[in-house]
Design a protein around this ligand. Structure first.
Ligand code: NAD
Length: 251
């Protein structure tokens, strides 16, 4: 029974000294953002080459049209769900020590999470590849052509990791560091297909952390990495764990 497992997890939360959460596309599904893969996946609707770094600089206008449609016109209308909000609450209560996300939709920050290790960057920022200046998308006027740097006039790029780019060093180091010292590690809404982020649960497991997984479907982790698998929606299961956890605190 999932309720028994949820109670078991809330007891582990109470004992935990260093909780880390690792999220993927699934945590934002209930906010209306589909994953990349699968029947409704974004890959089926757009040409994935538009998210390759070489393609972006070679055909900036073609690429930008898709990027603007997905990451600015569409993402802009989306709001954090109860899953994002529960993680932000746990951080504010001092329970969650690190939140590592593969998502680029900025919904963890909008939910109130302050320390987020953005493994694949964040679409709400633009970066100039020439002078390395950063700009908030909300401060820019976007149109059908890629924006240019107000300082040096070079083309700006969304500050997320395109195919063919490396992981931001700071987020990489902080994520692996957190995984190597946690005692409880939550895998939430990720299939574990994307490297090198997908090594993080193994790192946590190998140094002795208990691994909790919340996913709609079993993943690569379920049979050999996960200790407790909670199958379902993170926007429902995370608040449910929190409900039991709050009861335990006041018992
Ligand atoms: P994935 O698409 O490979 O897997 C999604 C996982 O979420 C699956 O295991 C599925 O069972 C689970 N899931 C679906 N709905 C769920 C729900 N309501 N609650 C809990 N789990 C649910 O995603 P991934 O592993 O994150 O890899 C995809 C890559 O694409 C990542 O690098 C990510 O950055 C990127 N991406 C990001 C976004 C975003 O920013 N929101 C959206 C799509 C893809």
């Amino acid at each position: 029974m999932i309720q028994n497992k949820i109670q078991e997890v809330s007891k582990l939360l109470l004992k935990s000294k260093y909780l880390v959460a690792f999220t993927g596309a699934g945590v934002s599904v209930e906010s209306g953002i589909p994953p990349f893969r699968g029947d409704d996946g974004l890959y089926n609707q757009y040409d994935p080459r538009t998210l390759e770094i070489d393609y972006y600089y070679q055909y900036p206008e073609k690429s930008w049209q898709v990027i603007k449609e997905i990451f600015y016109d569409f993402f802009e209308q989306k709001h954090p769900n109860e899953g994002h909000k529960t993680l932000a609450k746990w951080e504010s209560e001092g329970l969650l020590k690190a939140l590592i996300t593969q998502n680029i939709d900025n919904l963890h920050a909008l939910a109130g999470s302050e320390t987020v290790f953005e493994f694949h960057g964040n679409s709400s920022r633009l970066v100039c590849s020439q002078c390395r200046s950063y700009f908030q998308v909300k401060d820019m006027i976007l149109n059908n052509k890629p924006p240019t740097c107000p300082k040096c006039k070079f083309i700006l790029k969304p500050d997320f990791v395109f195919f063919g780019e490396g992981i931001p060093q700071d987020a990489y180091n902080k994520s692996f560091n957190a995984a190597s010292k946690c005692d409880l590690f939550f895998i939430i809404g990720t299939s574990g297909d994307v490297a090198p982020a997908n090594f993080l649960p193994e790192i946590a497991k190998n140094q002795g952390a208990t691994i909790i997984e919340i996913n709609r479907e079993p993943s690569k982790y379920t049979s050999h990495t996960t200790d407790i698998f909670l199958q379902g929606k993170s926007g429902e299961i995370l608040p449910e764990i929190d409900k039991y956890f709050q009861k335990l605190i006041y018992e």
